[in-house]
Design a protein around this ligand. Structure first.
Ligand code: ATR
Length: 281
């Protein structure tokens, strides 16, 4: 692994709100590593040409956000298994010879954040194979979640999405363990759910709320929202009132950044409480 100066950036449109520069520069400081990390807004129409230009200018790595995760994949010479399976890349490394590596670390982020916030007693007795996960949504974040859950050995993953065909498309990962259900059934299917994960943008600041009844949800279930603005979404407040365990979404953002940092610097950084506090303030 190279220890050269890393010239890094997060690429998106829009990108000004990204927390990635803060996260990565604070880890560079923590581990005394040399590099820079910028946020670069790229107009969708000239995306590929602009990324090639940045590589020629000496950038050594990128994080990629919506709407470019699928498009950047085509610029990569080598993909990791998750990026290959999902058809989406969120982390890029350019080696000294100019070879471009594409990774998908969202899968790591979604699982690590769940493990991190799981109550200790549940964690100790946890087995993936007898659990039923209900995933709301079927966009990029849902694809990463479903793929990651199956990789961990999840027993059953029920995908529920407004556009039913997009939910059905996720059966491609494992027809025997993934099931698609219609959006109208989102409350009723919670009866046998162990972990409910919201990957839609509903409940995010400025977006409509997620209308769902948790009446059928078992009391000991976990409710996980990848929305982190606000941190305690209406869904999580409702879940907490029912006595369910809740998992907030900000940790996913931080966890997906860790393997990206390792790809560039060779160190898997620890998440200090002070980093989480700064991101929340
Ligand atoms: P991301 O890549 O971040 O997952 P996305 O691909 O735009 O974002 O996916 C957003 C998800 O939120 C989709 O599952 C979308 O449902 P559709 O596939 O039917 O579009 C879901 N979503 C967005 N607005 C919604 C709404 N008002 N009601 C129900 N689902 C909604």
């Amino acid at each position: 692994m190279s220890v050269r100066f890393q010239k890094l950036a997060v690429l998106g449109h829009p990108i000004a709100q990204s927390k990635s520069p803060y996260i990565h520069t604070s880890w560079m400081r923590d581990y005394d590593l040399q590099g820079s990390y910028e946020a670069i807004d790229i107009a969708p129409e000239c995306y590929e040409a602009r990324v090639r230009e940045l590589i020629e200018q000496g950038y050594t790595g990128f994080n990629v956000t919506v709407p470019f995760k699928e498009r950047v994949l085509k610029l990569c010479d080598v993909l990791d298994p998750a990026a290959e399976a999902l058809g989406a890349v969120n982390t890029v490394r350019v080696d000294e010879a100019g070879k471009v590596y594409g990774l998908n670390t969202d899968t790591f982020g979604v699982i690590e954040n769940l493990k991190e916030q799981m109550p200790q007693d549940l964690k100790e007795a946890w087995s993936w194979c007898d659990k039923t996960f209900v995933v709301l949504g079927a966009g990029g974040a849902a694809r990463a979640a479903v793929y990651a859950l199956l990789q961990e050995g999840a027993g059953r993953v029920i995908v529920c999405n407004r556009s039913f065909d997009k939910a059905q498309a996720l059966l491609e990962f494992d027809e025997s363990r993934v099931q698609a259900v219609r959006w109208e059934e989102r409350s009723a299917i919670l009866e046998h759910c162990d972990v409910l994960i919201n990957t839609t943008s509903l409940g995010m600041m400025g977006m409509p709320g997620l209308e769902i009844s948790l009446q059928a949800l078992p009391q000991e279930a976990i409710v996980y929202d990848i929305v982190y603005k606000p941190l305690m979404t209406e869904l999580l407040v409702q879940a907490q009132e029912r006595g369910a365990h809740v998992v907030t979404g900000l940790g996913m953002l931080v966890q997906q950044a860790r393997p990206a940092f390792r790809e560039w610097f060779g160190v898997l950084p620890e998440v200090k409480p002070v980093l989480m506090e700064a991101l929340l303030s």
